[in-house]
Design a protein around this ligand. Structure first.
Ligand SMILES: Nc1nc2c(ncn2[C@@H]2O[C@H](COP(=O)(O)OP(=O)(O)OP(=O)(O)O)[C@@H](O)[C@H]2O)c(=O)[nH]1
Ligand SMILES: [Mg+2]
Length: 460
């Protein structure tokens, strides 16, 4: 914690400006050793102004590396909670590398990935869940993913976890009072409502995991079905570009075609595949094998059928996908005349138990409804509700999910023990609190921290 660390904080590549960040107890000395203030500033270590942009030159052995700005921010009111100096120079890779090298020879050591944020966490500037949200803010690809990450950085998720913790802590305090002062004959507290409400809230949080990870990491959605049903036409229409070849000949698509789209705020990796069929054509057969392989990995299968032809074979293929999320897309719905209620009913009946979306890729109809259905199938809620829930503190990481599950189990045991000796109930309540504390980082190990921060980029 007493090290002074430095790194290039701007992205690798060419940029208008580049920033070198120095953080730690000797950040100011370090920065001043490499910076020659413009003669219009009369600066020394004693009179340097905080948060003031000084112009000058970054030098090494009296040789100018670059000109730029110097700013000093005194801890603890900084990102990292300790003294920070930032140098703003030209954003070239060599220039920045040379400046960093000068800074490193003047007393700082290279920062590890995420180490500025780790300093911030260790200095109490944010909790661990908030620190983890920073990577998600940086990596967010859709507005919805960004608002989800932003709200976690603002502490919305942590607050929900802390609320459960506070209730359990209060319960534990009461139990401990009973245990510590048995002679006082304190009334036996009724823990059951506290435990029940803690479990309810933990469960509500756990239920957001799928939606949260979909938002954060994106989802793989595969367009599958028999040949010629309009899979590639649907891909093109969802992408709004003629990406895949469409022809009236069955067996047109062979390779898997992948593109990412923003679907109602979800980052979706869409895959168009070869039509599922038995074929003697060796190339098409490879395509079919690939399609089947990808179906296994997908989060959601859009199983496309031709509304106007027989679908006995489809029913067999769908049965094989047992346990997978699957949406039936009845394409070529234009071939069912408006009056053809029978055709629609036949489809509904044939695919009973599955959600069915009618589309016509040719007429571009049913596409918005299909997008809503995809969103709902993945996140379990309606697309128009998404903006509100995304900022309500979703669970987005496996680490958080596992800790919540551990806490849930411990509360369950505490509940069962509540009618017995108070000691046992207290032990499990404490375990639940420790598990919840892991999420916000009150309870943590160097190992966990290393694993979390190694996912960051250097300079953050
Ligand atoms: N009437 C009608 N024709 C469609 C519709 N969608 C696609 N088609 C036509 O159906 C034929 C096959 O379309 P594709 O998109 O290539 O079908 P596919 O499922 O990708 O076919 P394969 O790659 O061979 O498996 C083309 O002639 C399309 O113009 C639709 O909604 N209605
Ligand atoms: Mg195709």
């Amino acid at each position: 914690m007493t090290d002074t660390i430095a790194a290039i904080s701007t992205a690798v590549g060419e940029g208008g400006i580049g920033i070198i960040r120095i953080s730690g107890p000797s950040a100011l000395d370090c920065g001043m050793r490499v910076f020659v203030f413009s003669s219009s500033h009369e600066v020394d270590r004693e009179n340097i102004k905080e948060r003031y942009l000084y112009y000058g030159r970054v030098c090494r052995d009296d040789k100018t590396i670059d000109n730029g700005f110097f700013v000093y921010m005194a801890g603890p009111a900084t990102y990292t909670g300790v003294d920070v100096v930032e140098l703003y120079c030209h954003g070239g890779q060599l220039v920045l590398k040379n400046i960093l090298s000068a800074v490193l020879s003047s007393g700082a050591r290279p920062a590890m990935p995420g180490e500025f944020t780790k300093q911030a966490f260790l200095n109490g500037k944010m909790d661990l869940a908030q620190a983890e949200a920073i990577v998600d803010v940086i990596r967010a690809e859709t507005e919805l993913a960004l608002s989800c990450a932003r709200s976690r950085l603002d502490g919305v998720f942590s607050k929900r976890v802390n609320k459960i913790k506070d209730a359990l802590t209060n319960a534990l305090t009461l139990m401990e009072a009973q245990l510590d002062f048995p002679e006082e004959e304190l009334p036996t507290p009724d823990m059951l409502p506290v435990f029940a409400s803690a479990q309810r809230e933990i469960k509500t949080l756990l239920d957001t995991y799928e939606e949260g990870t979909a938002l954060k990491n994106g989802v793989r959605v595969i367009i599958a079905g028999r040949p010629n049903v309009g899979k590639s036409s649907l891909l093109n229409i969802l992408l709004k570009e003629e990406r895949a070849i469409v022809t009236p000949h069955p067996g047109t698509t062979r390779d898997v075609i992948e593109e990412t789209i923003n679907l109602r705020g979800l980052p979706v990796r869409l895959m168009d595949t070869a039509g599922l069929t038995f074929t003697d054509d060796p190339v098409e057969a490879i395509g079919v094998a690939r399609a089947r392989e990808r179906m296994k990995e997908a989060h959601l299968i859009l199983y496309v059928v031709d509304s106007a032809s027989a679908f006995d074979e489809d029913i067999g293929i769908i049965k094989e996908q047992d346990g997978k999320k699957l949406l039936i897309v009845a394409n070529k719905a234009d071939l069912l005349s408006e009056a053809n209620e029978k055709g629609r009913n036949d489809l509904q009946r044939a695919f009973k138990g599955h959600k069915l979306s009618f589309t016509s890729a040719m007429r571009s109809s049913g596409i918005e409804e299909l997008k809503d259905a995809i969103f709902e199938a993945i996140s379990g809620r309606l697309a128009h509700e998404a903006a509100d829930t995304a900022t309500s503190g979703l669970v987005v990481s496996l680490r958080h999910k596992l800790s919540l599950e551990k806490a849930f189990g411990a509360v369950e045991r505490a509940k069962e023990a509540a009618s017995g000796p108070l000691e046992l109930c207290a032990v499990d309540t404490r375990i639940a609190l420790t598990s919840l504390g892991e999420i916000t980082g009150e309870v943590t190990t160097e190992d966990i921290l290393d694993r979390i921060f190694s996912e960051f980029c250097i300079g953050k």
